[in-house]
Design a protein around this ligand. Sequence first.
Ligand SMILES: NC(=O)c1ccc[n+]([C@@H]2O[C@H](COP(=O)([O-])OP(=O)(O)OC[C@H]3O[C@@H](n4cnc5c(N)ncnc54)[C@H](OP(=O)(O)O)[C@@H]3O)[C@@H](O)[C@H]2O)c1
Length: 327
Amino acid sequence: MRTAKLGELEVARIGLGAMGMSHGYTGAGSDDAESIRTIHRALELGVTLIDTAEIYGPYVNEELVGKALKGRRDQVVLATKFGLVAHDGRGPWTLDSSPGNIRTAVEGSLTRLGTDHIDLYYQHRIDPNTPIEDTMGALASLVKDGKIRYIGLSEVWIDTIRRAHAVHPVTALQSEYSLWTRDQEPLLPVLRELGIGLVAYSPLGHGFLTGALRTPADIEALDDSDFRKNNPRFTGENFQRNLRLADEVQAVADQVDATPAQVALAWLLTRGDDIVPIPGTKRVSRVQENTAADTVELTSDQLAALDALTPAEGDHHTDEQMAMIER
Ligand SMILES: NC(=O)c1ccc[n+]([C@@H]2O[C@H](COP(=O)([O-])OP(=O)(O)OC[C@H]3O[C@@H](n4cnc5c(N)ncnc54)[C@H](OP(=O)(O)O)[C@@H]3O)[C@@H](O)[C@H]2O)c1
């Protein structure tokens, strides 16, 4: 697989998101053996960047990834995240990027992942109660101690990025980026000015762009814990209207003899060699399909058609989740 640069860090240009193996999606946690086979297959296919977070589960996704990487640690660029779990008794889904919390969080992640260092350690969401300078200072000392190699941020905007980067180089920003979520494109010039890469999460639009969900009955059939059941793009009239988008991606896929998932990823790969999508799957067959997007070529007409896709109806997260995102 071709490679991409996230700051100084070189990775294969398609990564693997491990979240859905344990968290957030229908079937999460139901077949760990297949999830582990999926990670192993990804490595065989040349994937290097594996993405997890302590909040996924919480904790169990890091444990699963750690189990899968036993004996293969040196083949991967291992990325995890802190800042959505407070370790002082307030628990999961608490914004806490205070230096003390980071020092506790990193030890837990290292243990669960079965490693002595994390390659890319992200703040998961900005903490309104901790200045980013304090967070970066704590992360910089973890770099000095060899516990983490590179620092990332997730879902923050220009001012935070500049302030953080002034304390210690930021290697990657992780944000939602896909054919139907392009609202952070204004950030790209700033990231390029500072030499920061973009890791595109939910590059398949939480699976919607693949055409896998076509009817209200498909949504109804999702597990109650599947966040898409309440996601504004997957509910009510928005869902019906957004089907047009999936059709438009399918039309390009038919032209290039690829799948819609591959088209969604191939389009992202044309956006720059500093952009790395991390499609999430817990199935061997899909990791094979998704990584094969590396060889899908789109013509200028097809790229123009994808650039002109019908805009999505509905925000990409619930109001509660949007409140934690900087724009
Ligand atoms: N920084 C953040 O705040 C943040 C937020 C969300 C996600 N992430 C990271 O980004 C990664 C990817 O995002 P995501 O998993 O939310 O969304 P995604 O990659 O856009 O889509 C994942 C969904 O698509 C399905 N899928 C995958 N490949 C497919 C294919 N070829 N055909 C049909 N369906 C397919 C998966 O189901 P199966 O698993 O059943 O294949 C799953 O339901 C996550 O795993 C996580 O590591 C980060």
